[in-house]
Design a protein around this ligand. Structure first.
Ligand code: IMP
Length: 194
């Protein structure tokens, strides 16, 4: 059994990671190690934020851990919301606010192409390793379905005709940006324990 801390307070992400990694892993979240403060994400890049979060938790709590940061990158918006995905519509914004702003900014754009990018930063002792997962797709004209979280209802992955708001969690967990990054992370971890 591999025991490691996933430095996230987001229960959706923890649940997805548990499903993607499957049995053989014991994942603890930030609440499980008593970390209830907001972990800083101030570097201005997805990769930088993932590293910053993992380093913060390793330094303060003395545990090997991994953190991830994800952003939705929309070509017609020059890569926005990107690293600002969580609070695109301003401080305190919830998913519905962020979705509304994206749809407003995209109203005139024919090019709907977008991608989710996830970067995982792993701290093992003093070493830091990063893993990336990218999932291409497109932005719909209106939310579709109520499943998933965040921007899922307006994102349709390439090769599918439904949004992540409609596709089952099993499909999302098989193909998602987070799944791709977690698979690279898991493959690396296997090399460390052999
Ligand atoms: P963070 O990685 O927690 O900072 O997330 C950035 C933003 O992207 C948040 O608004 C999340 O809701 C959103 N987000 C992260 N992962 C996903 C996903 O898998 N689907 C849809 N939105 C996501």
């Amino acid at each position: 059994m591999q025991a490691i801390v996933f430095a996230t307070a987001n229960p959706n992400k923890l649940q997805e990671a548990r499903k993607i990694l499957g049995t053989g892993w014991q994942l603890s979240g930030l609440h499980d190690i008593g970390c209830t403060e907001e972990v800083p994400e101030t570097t201005g890049s997805i990769r930088g934020n993932a590293i910053q979060k993992a380093e913060y938790v390793r330094d303060r709590y003395g545990v090997d851990c991994f953190a991830e940061d994800t952003g939705l990158e929309i070509a017609a918006l020059g890569g926005e919301p990107g690293v600002y995905s969580a609070r695109y519509a301003g401080p305190g914004a919830v998913a519905a606010d962020n979705i509304a702003l994206v749809l407003k900014k995209m109203a005139e754009h024919q090019d709907r192409s977008a991608q989710f990018r996830t970067v995982i930063a792993l701290m093992l002792g003093n070493q830091c390793y990063t893993f990336e997962g990218i999932l291409p797709g497109k932005i719909l004209y209106a939310p579709q379905g109520t499943g998933g979280f965040g921007y899922d209802p307006i994102f349709q992955p390439e090769g599918y005709t439904d949004s992540f708001g409609i596709l089952s969690p099993d499909i999302k967990n098989a193909i998602s940006h987070r799944a791709l990054a977690l698979q690279s992370f898991a493959a690396f971890m296997r090399t460390q324990t052999q």
